[in-house]
Design a protein. Structure first.
Length: 237
């Protein structure tokens, strides 16, 4: 039997059974209560999220490889910087953390980094090449290497080399942090309706241009994000 085309009037209560009422409500609100348009908006959000993950994935790989190259060029430890106890990614890095339910306390900023690396080593074994371990680390790992806590141990001696001379660490860290947050929303298929997507993509282009100038041009030629932003379902559609 040939498949019947989907009719707009079919956007009935089954949608809440699929998405949940709270999730669909975000789209209903944005669509002025029109269920058909809300479903179209959800589909558009899904397509936009997929397009964002495409572009952000290219950026993540560029950032990972640029940071790895900068560390390879400067690290002189006995073991690889992923594994050496004295590596700036592994050595204890105490910082004072204020606020929260536990109040002021000392934390080791590198604890999560060590756990992430060790978990990858446990999956692939001690003999796995560094590239295998690096590929297993999430954007959340690379994102925090430019934080203020790592300025003296990572940025100044190593990571600034991944960027043009005079690059401001604070600006780089802010842009990467914003992109990381957007990536997390897209990866979990959360609404990006209110996100400044065009601004974030401009930041992504700037960062890619710093890391690999040709990558920025490559992404502009192949990204679907701008096209999707121009074709967002409207209330008067």
């Amino acid at each position: 039997m040939p498949q019947q085309p989907f009719q707009p009037s079919s956007a009935g209560p089954w949608v809440e059974s699929w998405l949940s009422a709270p999730r669909f409500r975000s789209y209903l609100t944005a669509a002025g209560g029109d269920r058909d348009r809300a479903l179209a908006l959800y589909e558009w959000n899904s397509e936009l999220s997929a397009a964002l993950l495409h572009d952000l994935g290219h950026f993540e790989i560029a950032l990972r490889n640029a940071y790895a190259a900068a560390l390879d060029a400067g690290w002189q430890g006995a073991e690889h910087w992923l594994d050496d106890p004295g590596s700036p990614l592994r050595a204890p890095l105490p910082r004072t953390k204020r606020g929260g339910p536990r109040g002021t306390r000392q934390v080791d900023v590198n604890e999560k980094l060590r756990r992430s690396i060790d978990a990858a080593r446990a999956r692939y074994g001690r003999q796995a090449p560094p590239g295998k371990i690096m590929a297993d680390l999430s954007l959340g790992v690379w994102r925090y290497l430019s934080s203020s806590a790592h300025e003296k141990t990572l940025w100044v001696p190593f990571l600034h080399r991944a960027f043009p001379p005079g690059t401001n660490r604070t600006e780089v860290d802010r842009k990467i942090g914003d992109l990381h947050q957007l990536r997390n929303r897209a990866a979990h298929w959360e609404p990006v309706l209110a996100e400044p997507v065009a601004l974030r993509m401009a930041d992504l282009g700037t960062l890619c241009g710093m890391l690999v100038p040709e990558l920025a041009d490559y992404l502009r030629a192949r990204s679907r994000v701008d096209t999707l932003l121009r074709n967002r379902p409207r209330r008067d559609a």
